[in-house]
Design a protein around this ligand. Sequence first.
Ligand SMILES: NC(=O)c1ccc[n+]([C@@H]2O[C@H](COP(=O)([O-])OP(=O)(O)OC[C@H]3O[C@@H](n4cnc5c(N)ncnc54)[C@H](OP(=O)(O)O)[C@@H]3O)[C@@H](O)[C@H]2O)c1
Length: 314
Amino acid sequence: MTNQHGRDDVAGENIVTVFGATGFLGRRIVSRLLDKAVDVRAASRHPHKNILDNTSGRRPSQQIAADILDPSSIAAAVAGSRAVVNTVSLYVERGELTFERVHVQAAADLATASRDAGVERFVHISGIGSNPKSSSDYIRARGRGEEAVKAAFPGALIVRSAVMAGPDDGFVTTIARLVRLLPIYPLFGDGGTRLQPVHVEDVAEAVSRLASGQIATDASTFECAGPRIYSYREIVREIAAQLRAPSRLVPLPFAVWSILATAAELLPAVSLTRNQVELMRRDNVAASGLPGLEELGIRPRCIEEVVHMIGHDD
Ligand SMILES: NC(=O)c1ccc[n+]([C@@H]2O[C@H](COP(=O)([O-])OP(=O)(O)OC[C@H]3O[C@@H](n4cnc5c(N)ncnc54)[C@H](OP(=O)(O)O)[C@@H]3O)[C@@H](O)[C@H]2O)c1
């Protein structure tokens, strides 16, 4: 099969397969890889989704249907790849679709299939704060997932991200929408949780540099975080000020949020999850001593840029 760069895909010259390619981060990773003239195989369960801006005329070399829970589908998806990226998410557990199943077992299955297929580089996306011993099911699964991937694919690269901001994110955009809508804005707890939001384009660039082999590194774990640490209260206050929305911030205990999230998860369109509430209880900032964006040659951008874009979109 000849791809859009006129090379033979089957030979696997330089194919990077991205699992989760239709997602918030995955789409940008695909775009950044294409910028580097890398052949991209975009894998997800819904391959008909538009990944890239229609007007750009760019498209992945291949866009395929693949389910990370199905071993035969992942073996076919990684065949002939030089590198594989796992940016599949699961934020809400439903029945057999658990954090353990997706973030540990399926991640390890994908890493094993990649190793067996002779893939050179495996990049696994995780989250800052991942901890195999955490009392939170989600954070524990992320930590155990990292361990399982490293055991299955020696030399796997782990990229832990802080909460990501981008024009279509679920963080800054949600806060921006709510501060404009609500005269009284309920904070998570007293709003003191410390966060270090990172621009999604910076994380995508970091992942694409690692997956394309542009950066040679001895490090195995990277933490991508933004240039500034804020309290949640500060973020809300700054977004409200930038959008000139006179919202009054009031503390709301985490116990109340947990009840609201339990109810929200029963709705068809989930707007708040227990997992989100659980994550907001803990500081989420980069650990000192681990390499991050700077070590990958990327100057982290401020999230104010995202707020500015949102403000000018309406
Ligand atoms: N967003 C953040 O602020 C943030 C912060 C820290 C870490 N992270 C991590 O970054 C990664 C990407 O997050 P995101 O926010 O970009 O997620 P997202 O927007 O929800 O995208 C997830 C992607 O995974 C695909 N997917 C889900 N289940 C799949 C399955 N069974 N088989 C194949 N593909 C599947 C989805 O496509 P289909 O539905 O079409 O299959 C989609 O392309 C995740 O590991 C997440 O935990 C995110």
